[in-house]
Write a protein that binds this ligand. Structure first.
Ligand SMILES: Cc1cc2nc3c(=O)[nH]c(=O)nc-3n(C[C@H](O)[C@H](O)[C@H](O)COP(=O)(O)OP(=O)(O)OC[C@H]3O[C@@H](n4cnc5c(N)ncnc54)[C@H](O)[C@@H]3O)c2cc1C
Ligand code: SF4
Length: 313
């Protein structure tokens, strides 16, 4: 398995959740740490650390959601090691899986590793562990693409197409492919934001998140919009119909409430992470509302600090 910062893979190996026979370190490949900005957009090497990204002022404005997401991952020490590529390829999480070996053995393991039953939904043929990456929903809302490179060639795909709604086979990445870079088109005239629900404000994985990006035209009419819901399934979910509803409209209170209810319909959290699942679904509506109000220009700093425990950026 590729090893980047190792901040997720190495703890998982200690718990025997992942047992690769061979690790391939990406650390000393300089080109994976390159960053390029131009008029047409940006290219971010997969081994840039989350600290590199969170502290780079060039991501403000259009790509604010990316800075907010990167800055909300784990702790400062971990962000100094953790990479963008590792965050995008992060293993899915579940209360029955993110436990030590003895704990998992005591329940006869589960389908994702060493067992046969899914303890969340025993009749389910597939694992429903939760996508828990912060930067993926943010980058999907920004329309990012990713480059996958292997000995036999390379391909660039929409980041949204990297993900599969299956807790075990959660990436459409071939085993010999390395995610080498993230490609962003120009975000001129775009505004974006990221809202994350977690128990501990100092550090914690997301258990629900919303990333939203809009491009406003004359008279504050929405010309383009993207809304992505994270940590509510085994992949980040694109609320495509809800975003399409916004296009050609002004961000009025009525439009925002309607879109928020629309977007939340696709979020169907299960009882396998922190917090009550029905409450997480209700928070989806609230987060879309706050995100769109923030993008409209409302001051929602108090709500952001109180609910997401994320500082304004
Ligand atoms: C205490 C703690 C708190 C955390 N909190 C959060 C959080 O709030 N939000 C969050 O999103 N994450 C969190 N994490 C998880 C982790 O720190 C981050 O997701 C981090 O960005 C992972 O990056 P990494 O470089 O360390 O990945 P690694 O651990 O090196 O790798 C992670 C996975 O990605 C694969 N991989 C890595 N790079 C590539 C590449 N270029 N191409 C293909 N595959 C690749 C690896 O094979 C592995 O499967 C937390 C971890 C800890 C220990
Ligand atoms: S969703 Fe089911 S199979 Fe997947 S990790 Fe959780 S208990 Fe295991």
């Amino acid at each position: 398995m590729p090893l980047a910062g190792g901040t997720d893979l190495l703890p998982n190996m200690k718990r025997r959740q992942q047992v690769p026979r061979t690790l391939l370190s990406l650390r000393n490949i300089d080109s994976l740490r390159a960053i390029q900005f131009g008029d047409s957009g940006a290219r971010l090497g997969a081994c840039l650390t989350l600290s590199d990204i969170a502290s780079d002022p060039r991501f403000r404005n259009g790509a604010t959601a990316l800075i907010q997401a990167a800055a909300s991952v784990a702790t400062p020490h971990i962000r100094n090691m953790a990479t963008l590529g590792g965050n995008l390829c992060l293993d899915t999480r579940c209360n029955y899986y993110d436990q030590n070996y003895e704990w998992r053995k005591a329940i006869n393991f589960c389908m994702k590793k060493d067992g046969v039953t899914c303890w969340v939904a025993p009749s389910s043929p597939k694992c429903m562990a939760v996508s828990s990456t912060d930067t993926a929903p943010a980058l999907m809302a920004l329309g990012a693409r990713v480059r996958l490179v292997s000995e036999s060639g390379e391909r660039v795909i929409a980041l949204a197409d990297l993900y599969n709604n299956d807790g075990m086979i959660y990436l459409h990445r071939k085993p010999d492919e390395i995610l080498s870079e993230v490609v962003l088109d120009s975000l001129h005239a775009w505004r974006s934001t990221y809202w994350k629900l977690r128990r501990r404000g100092s550090f914690d994985f997301p258990v629900l998140s919303v990333a939203a990006a809009i491009r406003l035209g004359r008279s504050q009419i929405v010309e383009d919009a993207r809304i992505v819901i994270g940590s509510a399934a085994s992949r980040p979910l694109v609320a495509g119909e809800a975003a399409a509803f916004l296009i050609g409209r002004a961000l009025t209170d009525e439009a925002i409430l309607e879109v928020a209810a629309f977007a939340a319909r696709i979020a169907k959290p299960l009882d396998n992470t922190d917090f009550d699942m029905s409450w997480r679904k209700k928070v989806t509506t609230e987060f879309v509302t706050y995100a769109l109000r923030e993008l409209r220009g409302d001051d929602v700093a108090i709500e952001r600090a109180a609910i997401t425990r994320m500082p304004a950026i």
